[in-house]
Design a protein around this ligand. Structure first.
Ligand SMILES: NC(=O)c1ccc[n+]([C@@H]2O[C@H](COP(=O)([O-])OP(=O)(O)OC[C@H]3O[C@@H](n4cnc5c(N)ncnc54)[C@H](OP(=O)(O)O)[C@@H]3O)[C@@H](O)[C@H]2O)c1
Length: 219
């Protein structure tokens, strides 16, 4: 069976990573199906199925007739325990037929004591201890996650940036291509981390961003 005869399901297809995965897969020879609660726009002839990891609704229909799943659904704030761990466990129970589950995770989930990170780590452990062939790939934060930290909330008309915080942010599109590249490979268990090219402080990133904006402005 050739690699392009595999049918891939992308969960979280309206999300940042999920929408990029879908865009890249649309241009590939893979057979693609997507799922989320909201229906993305412009899906053309591709199959979209409603599913909700909190209630379990639609999960069976979503995973029907697929060979590989890239699981980009997540909910860091609302119902996070349900979506990341309990709903994910239920999801695993419904995908015993899958040839390969690709699970994007985050560098540091086993070290940084954020609630969401602990839940992602619990999900990794669930995967490790189940019989589903899988690949877990941890990535560093996406560029725009970091950008949002310093362009979101002006305080007293100034942006307060914890300047010495360091990040090694990564391009979400490059991460998506990397995950798609794993589809045709054997499941690897825990794969190598996927990190951005440079370690920079938020202050350095903010300065670089301002420089780029200034270069675009014609006076
Ligand atoms: N963002 C980063 O910097 C970063 C870095 C490294 C790794 N990652 C990992 O990459 C993955 C994707 O992250 P992201 O930033 O793309 O997330 P995102 O933009 O928040 O997208 C989350 C997706 O999950 C869906 N979703 C939310 N609640 C759901 C539910 N109850 N049932 C089913 N689907 C639900 C959302 O769609 P609907 O609301 O339409 O259902 C959306 O499509 C996550 O595993 C994350 O940990 C992210």
């Amino acid at each position: 069976m050739g690699v392009f005869s595999l049918r891939i399901l992308v969960t979280g297809s309206t999300g940042q990573l999920g929408s990029i995965l879908f865009k890249q897969l649309k241009a590939s020879d893979y057979k693609v199906k997507i799922t989320s609660r909201r229906k993305p726009e412009g899906i053309g002839h591709f199959e979209w199925v409603y599913s909700d990891l909190s209630s379990g609704e639609g999960l069976e229909a979503a995973v029907k007739d697929v060979d590989v799943i890239i699981h980009a659904a997540t909910s860091p704030i609302k119902n996070s325990k349900m979506v990341e761990v309990l709903g994910f466990k239920e999801f695993l129970g419904k995908i015993k037929h899958i040839k390969h589950l690709i699970y994007p995770s985050i560098v540091g989930v086993d070290e940084i004591p954020f609630k969401y990170y602990k839940q992602k780590y619990e999900a990794e452990e669930l995967l490790k201890n189940c019989s589903i062939p899988h690949t877990i790939v941890r990535a560093t934060q996406f560029h725009n996650f970091v950008e949002n930290l310093f362009i979101s909330k002006p305080l007293c008309k100034r942006y307060i940036v914890p300047g010495n915080f360091k990040f090694q942010s990564v391009d979400a599109g490059e991460f998506a291509s990397h995950l798609i590249g794993l589809v045709g490979k054997d499941p690897q268990g825990r794969a190598e981390d996927f990190c951005g090219p440079d370690i920079m402080t938020l202050k350095e990133m903010a300065e670089l961003k301002i420089k780029k904006i200034m270069n675009q402005i014609k006076f």
